[in-house]
Write a protein that binds this ligand. Structure first.
Ligand code: SF4
Length: 384
């Protein structure tokens, strides 16, 4: 039996085709499935068959998977100079890998769990996301956490999810504070798990709290402790931003500047404080909240974390939010107010540029101190 959840907006999806301001054939690793390879191997014309087979390589993310080769500019090797796919023109739609046939739809599975979702790099999906209601984004979301006999790891994921759902329901907390609250819980639970002191009772008593309970707790914390603790952790927050500036941003700065034709400032502490004070970030919050919720579930947080690592998967998602937030503030710096259309463009472009999430994992692997989130997570309160 399969436990299924679904991104509701998929029901309204229509490809924008030639009206699409982007397209799906660049900056994306198209997975080539066994069924498609089998079909290619039966192509009677030997030279066409060999040519097609030579356009596949092992994925750098997962060597057991094959992907279509990309050109230096990030375009799929099959995208011709007219922006058309040569597999479609030389063969037919059925010869496309399933991932291309289905894009932007994607089904993620874990044992009997199944999540039907969509890539956020598609402009049509981002447009629907902007129009969606936060409360009804996902159909049957709880199904991703239902197990008949839950081991402690599944219970842990389910508790983090429960916390996430409760915190996202509180209207009087701003998004950055919600993300901070969630990060404190992840850090605590993972540290208890590492010490082998995590029990079902603890998870149930401490972390399965209602939105009302969490609202009271976090509003009190914001009023009484935020400033004091922020001052205490300032040096660590600065160090965190320096690491991101020389890691994450160093890699994406040039493509971001090229795509947006705008100077992207450093990820420095003073810039974040300054923009937080000056930009009316609140107007972007409802959209970013939906974006981060779907991004979390798309990346398996917390139901199926990449490499079983909740903290790294959480950070991987937050990196997308930090980059989007940062581009909004770069526009503000140039005295340009980001409207809803521009916000959507920023988001799907960053999703495209930052699609290779294993790159983020490599960054986290190279700077493993990033996993120690409780040292610097007060930074998240500077976000939207
Ligand atoms: S990115 Fe989305 S809207 Fe654009 S061509 Fe691809 S599927 Fe269609």
């Amino acid at each position: 039996m399969s436990d299924s959840a679904k991104l509701r907006l998929l029901d309204s999806f229509r490809c924008l085709a030639d009206l699409c301001p982007d397209d799906c054939c660049h900056q994306w690793n198209a997975h080539v499935d066994k069924e498609t390879l089998g079909k290619w191997q039966t192509i009677p014309d030997a030279s066409k068959r060999q040519h097609l087979m030579s356009t596949v390589q092992e994925s750098t993310q997962n060597p057991s998977e094959l992907v279509l080769i990309r050109k230096e500019n990030g375009n799929c090797i099959h995208l011709d100079e007219h922006g058309l796919c040569d597999i479609q023109s030389s063969f037919s739609h059925e010869y496309l890998p399933l991932s291309c046939q289905q894009f932007p739809r994607e089904t993620i599975t874990k044992n009997t769990l199944r999540f039907e979702t969509a890539h956020l790099s598609c402009p049509a999906i981002i447009d629907l996301l902007a129009k969606s209601d936060m409360g009804s984004l996902i159909e049957n979301e709880g199904e991703l956490y239902t197990h008949q006999s839950m081991d402690i790891i599944s219970q842990l994921s389910s508790s983090i999810h429960h916390y996430m759902q409760s915190i996202f329901k509180i209207e009087s907390l701003y998004l950055g504070l919600k993300i901070y609250a969630l990060s404190t819980v992840i850090a605590e639970i993972m540290s208890l798990a590492a010490e082998n002191t995590l029990t079902s009772e603890l998870l149930n008593n401490q972390y399965r709290q209602s939105p009302e309970q969490l609202k009271e707790k976090w509003l009190a914390w914001q009023n009484q402790s935020h400033n004091k603790e922020f001052e205490r952790d300032k040096a660590e927050i600065k160090k965190f931003l320096q690491k991101l500036d020389t890691g994450l941003l160093a890699k994406y700065k040039q493509p971001l500047q090229e795509r947006f034709k705008i100077e992207i400032p450093n990820l420095s502490f003073s810039n974040f404080v300054k923009w937080r004070e000056q930009v009316d970030i609140d107007r972007y919050e409802p959209f970013f909240e939906k974006y981060i919720h779907v991004k979390f579930l798309n990346h398996g947080f917390p139901w199926n974390p990449i490499q079983s690592n909740h903290i790294a998967t959480f950070l991987d998602c937050i990196f997308g939010l930090i980059l989007s937030h940062h581009v909004v503030t770069a526009y503000h710096r140039a005295n340009i107010i980001v409207d809803e259309d521009m916000l959507k463009k920023i988001t799907y472009t960053i999703e495209k540029i930052n699609a290779d999430n294993f790159d983020n994992f490599r960054l986290i692997g190279a700077k493993s101190e990033l996993l120690d989130i409780s040292k610097y997570n007060l930074f998240f309160t500077l976000l939207v």
